[in-house]
Design a binder for this molecule. Structure first.
Ligand code: AMP
Length: 142
């Protein structure tokens, strides 16, 4: 399965936040959307950054500021790694495991098309494997 198929099946809206929003706004938005990351766009509409639960944890544990005063732009990762829509599930899993992050934006020609989490990839892989096992069992018992 490619990431293109995966984001088409997912149909969830991409969730963005302004870099000038507070860390508290990011926490509220992630909580409301039941998601672990938010994307940040540049003024030109290009993908500029990503902020995840991990960034917020790191910020809170460092205690270098107030979640209401510090901006998302100060804690986000700039220019996140992305993958094209024709990237396979396995390639994306390898990339995320090697680079140690759990979120991957899907970008084509500078346009952000979607986002997958490691959870989405594991779920899709599990479905594929379940179908494979079913057909193998049927084949062996025929
Ligand atoms: P995560 O495991 O996705 O919560 O992210 C762990 C760290 O990697 C955080 O500092 C994120 O901002 C950063 N991160 C998450 N996704 C990406 C990505 N696609 N490219 C670069 N950094 C990322």
């Amino acid at each position: 399965m490619t990431l293109h198929e995966l984001i088409n099946n997912k149909k969830a809206d991409l969730r963005y936040i302004d870099g000038s929003a507070s860390v508290l706004d990011a926490i509220k938005s992630m909580h409301e959307g039941k998601i672990g990351s938010l994307l940040i766009q540049s003024e030109e509409g290009k993908l500029a950054g990503i902020v995840t639960e991990r960034d917020i944890l790191r910020f809170c544990s460092s205690r270098h500021g107030d979640v209401e005063l510090v901006q998302v732009a100060d804690i986000m990762t700039r220019n996140p790694v992305s993958a094209p829509p024709d990237c396979s599930n396995e390639e994306a899993m390898t990339l995320m495991t090697e680079r140690r992050f759990r979120h991957l934006p899907i970008v084509e020609d500078g346009k952000t098309l979607g986002m997958v989490s490691i959870g989405d990839l594991v779920k899709a892989r599990l479905q594929d494997v379940t179908v494979e096992v079913k057909y193998l069992r049927e084949y062996l018992s025929a």
